[in-house]
Structure formats: C-alpha cells, structure tokens
Design a protein around this ligand. Structure first.
Ligand code: P1T
Length: 384
C-alpha cells in the first residue's frame, strides 16, 4: 500500500462482531474472563483496549513499523523512552527542541543520573564527537521547534550506527509521517505529539511511539502498561479519525505555509523567515531530499528585533489565533519566548537564536488569501 491508502486502510479491518467499519469506542476498563486467565486477548484497558489497538496498528502502518503505542500525551511517550535508560547512561539530544522535552530532560531525568548533551545535529560531527561507551540514546527533532532546523536523518543514522549501538529516536511531530518516515531512514524509534497533525483538529492531547524491532516494542509497551500513561478510547478514536485525512490536510498545510513564508520574506518589517521550503533555508537541500513537502510550520523575526513588535503583531491577528500548540486545521500563532519555550533558560534560548521577537506560525488549511491578508494587516503597523 502507498501512504495515502495506508492512512485509511493500513492494518485496519472492520470490527469482527458487527462489521462496524470504524472501530467502536470500547468505553470499558475491564473484560470478562470465562475462567481465571482465559480471555479474548483483553484483560484490563491499561494493558490494551481494542480502540487503542486499532489506533496503534494504524500508527505502525503509517510509520512503516511493526508496533505502535498510544500514550496520554506526547510527553508521556517521551517519558517512556527515557525510562528505558539507567543512571549513568548518556543521551545526545538536539539543541533546538520543544521546551517541554528540554524541561523533562533537564529537570526530571537528569535527577536520576542520566546525562544529557545538547548539540546542533545539523552538523553530524557534533553528534559523533559526543559519542562514548555510555551513549545509549540519540534524541533527534526535525524540523525543530521553533527554529525549523532540519537534521539529515539517514546520514546521521548511518554514521552513528558505525560507531555505537545507541538507539536513535526521532520526534516526528513537526513533519508528520506524511512528510517523512524516520524508521525507513534507519531510526529505531519514532515519536509523535499526536495532539498535533495526527489528531489534526486541536481537540485532544495524545502521544505515540512506533518501532520496527519487536523486542524494543515489548520493552516500550512494558513502560506504557507499567507506567500507566495510556491514551483513552475516546481520544484513540479521534486520533484514528484524524489520521484518515492526514495526507489531504498536510498537502494544504504545506501549500499555505509556503505562500505565507514567501509573503513574509518579501515584507520590509521581517528579518528572517525560518521555513525549510525556502531556498535560503540552510538545510533546504536536506529537507528536499528527506521530506515529501516542507510542512505547515514556520517562524520569523522582525527587523527591529523588538519584543513589542512581536506582541503588537500577535495581538493584531484576526484569522490566526494566538495560542500554544500546532498542527490543527486552524492557523495558530505563538510567541515561543513567553509561551512554548518559556521553560528554556534565557541564556540558552538566546544562544540558540530563540529571540524575544521570534514568532511561530502553525499555518492551517483555510483559504490562503485570507491568511496572507491577515499577516499583511497585522504587520501594517510595524515599522521596518
Ligand atoms: O503536548 P504533548 O502532546 O505532550 O507533546 C509534547 C511535544 C513533543 N514534541 C514536540 C515537537 C512538540 O511540539 C510537543 C508539544 N508542542 C507544543 C504544545 C507547542 O506548541 O509547541
């Protein structure tokens, strides 16, 4: 099956007792047993629930893996991966990351003796130079949140695997599986905040992991089951429904984002537009090689460098909504410094280039003329 068919049919079958084409929402915590230990494969919904299983099977299909797991949030999925590690183990992580991932690494897992090194993975040597016998995990995010840096997944996997048996995990939230499937490029684990493009409608919080290796799948399922951060049946149903239209939505997201990026790039008040689809983007060629489209996310900064200009712009928008999150059908605008990335210390943020005037846009699937017009009117009071 090709990708667009997989989103609708991959590992999916009608529900066996009724033939329901869409899986019912099995709103149950437990399952009757005919004798102790004799059941139909379901015992207790923390371990497995048929609606969650339907979603997990779909996730495995669209990411080209053998096992999918659905978590209560993206962070719960990351938490499960980190719990594979032991004190003294080292992680090499991308330097530009979702603020909540950075917060979890530095304020939770570092307390338990796990050592984190944050490097710019757009230069693969930065990763290779940090590898030692204790390195157990490489944590990649691409494109990154919020600076839209792009990491060459295939080259990174090839070069890391020549020197180390560390697991390579890719947070694929910004790209979505429509644009890239990291397991096919050599990664061991793919992770999603399914809250975003997979759900697609800003109506739930969910997370996902997909792997190829069955033993790794079992180990991660153990973390899900024993740690307890499972996705409920209602939200599993909604994510599954979202996946069915992923390809159509992603096409429009990318088309609209490119138009917004081009408009912003030409505007006198704008300094830099961070969008991998622009030829000026430093990793444009890598993005072109590994992504089907350049996605729906972009960031930009102001010529003035002033936080007040970012604030004025954000409060003038009429079609874009000022809100955290991304990947829904509606366009959202975000101020990383005071919203999604407030948990990253100022010195570190500044060193990365997450400046006070940076604005991030999640470009939705509305009519593009309305979006561009909205950007234009919100920029109209800002001096170049
Ligand atoms: O919010 P949650 O479903 O727990 O997912 C966390 C997460 C993980 N990885 C990436 C790349 C993310 O962007 C997120 C969540 N991000 C936002 C809420 C945001 O507005 O950036």
């Amino acid at each position: 099956m090709k990708f667009n068919t997989k989103t609708i049919h991959g590992n999916q079958k009608p529900e066996p007792t009724t033939g329901a084409v869409m899986p019912p929402i099995f709103q149950t915590s437990t399952y009757a047993q005919s004798a102790p230990g004799v059941h139909n494969g379901y015992e207790y919904s923390r371990g497995a629930n048929p609606t969650r299983t339907a979603l997990e099977d779909a996730l495995a299909s669209i990411e080209d893996g053998s096992r999918g797991l659905a978590f209560a949030s993206g962070l719960a999925a990351i938490d499960a991966v980190m719990k594979l590690l032991n004190p003294g183990d080292e992680v090499i992580a991308m330097d530009d990351l979702y603020g909540g991932s950075y917060r979890m690494f530095t304020r939770i897992f570092s307390k338990y003796g796990i050592i984190f090194h944050f490097v710019d993975m757009t230069q693969i040597d930065n990763v290779l130079n940090k590898i030692n016998a204790h390195t157990k995990l490489i944590w990649v995010e691409t494109p990154t949140n919020p600076l839209m840096k792009v990491v060459d997944i295939e080259s990174l996997c090839q070069q890391v695997k020549e020197m180390s048996d560390a697991l390579i995990a890719v947070d694929n939230t910004f790209a979505s599986p429509y644009n890239q499937q990291p397991l096919t490029m050599g990664a061991d684990i793919v992770m999603h905040s399914a809250t975003k493009y997979l759900g697609g409608h800003s109506d739930l919080i969910a997370g996902a992991l997909v792997v190829k290796d069955e033993k790794l799948g079992e180990d991660l399922h153990f973390q899900l089951f024993a740690g307890g951060g499972v996705l409920g049946p209602q939200d599993s149903f909604l994510v599954l429904r979202g996946i069915k239209t992923l390809a159509l939505r992603m096409e429009r997201h990318a088309e609209n984002a490119m138009a917004c990026a081009k408009f912003l790039q030409e505007h006198d008040a704008v300094k830099t537009v961070y969008y991998p689809g622009l030829t000026e983007h430093p990793q444009h060629e890598v993005a072109k090689k590994q992504m089907k489209s350049f996605g729906g996310m972009l960031s930009f900064s102001f010529n003035s460098g002033k936080k007040e200009d970012a604030e004025k712009f954000l409060t003038s928008l009429k079609v874009f909504t000022l809100a955290e999150s991304l990947g829904g059908v509606e366009s959202l605008a975000n101020h990383p410094v005071s919203m999604t990335h407030a948990s990253i210390p100022e010195v570190k943020r500044k060193a990365l280039g997450i400046d006070d005037d940076l604005v991030r846009l999640s470009v939705g699937i509305e009519d593009v003329d309305d979006l561009v017009q909205d950007l234009e009117q919100a920029l109209s009071n800002i001096n170049s």
